[in-house]
Design a protein around this ligand. Structure first.
Ligand code: APR
Length: 247
């Protein structure tokens, strides 16, 4: 049971926050029925990342990689944003200076209306031509053909960041600017083991900022956080917004 005192401590901090930066991971979409990566039912428990989420795996076998993404798109296509997603949209409405950095490629924050947002690992509803590099949205589930092809005839790939690839420059620049400017960082539903994003909480602390963690269990970020609220983000985030609105 979340301590009311902790919720109020977070709400008081938010009430005095000038720039709020929110960082989310797979945990926030778990209550929407989307598996995380490293949890008990996590994707990496059942699939080998190096066979499905690297540029080399795609070069070797684009059909298998696309079959896996088609399966994930099938699950995500049926999913709905949960109260945790909606609460983060409310925070965007409350804070003039606000940015959401999500590691999630599921598009649920976008479907909830978040606009001040960086999808730092990409979006699996967007595809990219491996020759021309141009991107477009591809919403059909199941995919009309595997692998899907660009009108130029070349194969399309999911516009997501795979292991062994660097993060999109523009997204990283936006993230680093926000890390400099924010005075409060809220980290929701991430295991804090994938870099460079996992370094963000320490950067904010080193800049004198305040770090709030929301997770169902302790993570390496718990050692850095000023406050950790342990529980489901779909339960905790609406409570935090409620407490903030009554400050
Ligand atoms: N509410 C809050 N936290 C939750 C919930 C929930 N309902 N359910 C699970 N969690 C927490 C887990 O305890 C875990 O710490 O969410 C975290 C999910 O961690 P991961 O599965 O490792 O996902 P994430 O941190 O987003 O992974 C980072 O790794 O595989 C790559 O590119 C992929 O973006 C992903 C990156």
């Amino acid at each position: 049971m979340i301590q009311a005192a902790d919720i109020n401590k977070v709400a008081t901090r938010l009430a005095n926050t000038k720039f709020l930066l929110v960082l989310t991971g797979a945990g926030i979409s778990h209550e929407s029925g989307i598996p995380t990566f490293r949890g008990n039912d996590g994707l990496w428990q059942n699939y080998r990342a190096e066979e499905l989420a690297t540029p080399w795996a795609f070069e070797r076998d684009p059909v298998t990689v696309w079959q896996w993404y088609d399966w994930r798109r099938g699950i995500i296509g049926k999913a709905k944003p949960n109260p945790g997603h909606h609460a983060i949209k409310e925070l965007e409405d409350i804070f003039e200076n606000f940015l959401l950095i999500t590691q999630n490629v599921d598009g649920l924050h976008g479907r909830t209306g978040n606009a001040k947002m960086v999808e730092i690992h990409g979006n699996l509803w967007r595809v990219r031509c491996v020759r021309e590099g141009k991107t477009s949205m591809l919403m059909e589930v199941p995919l009309p053909s595997i692998p899907p092809r660009c009108e130029c005839g070349e194969i399309l790939r999911p516009d997501v960041v795979w292991f062994g690839e660097s993060l999109p420059t523009q997204a990283l620049e936006q993230a680093f600017r926000a890390l400099e400017m924010c005075d409060t960082l809220m980290v929701v539903g991430t295991s804090g083991v994938v870099y460079p994003v996992a370094s963000f909480p320490e950067t904010v602390k080193n800049n004198g900022g305040f770090v709030i963690e929301i997770n169902t269990e302790a993570t390496p970020i718990s050692n850095i956080a000023d406050v950790s609220l342990f529980g489901k983000s779909g339960d905790i985030l609406p409570e935090v917004v409620r407490a903030l609105r009554t400050q």
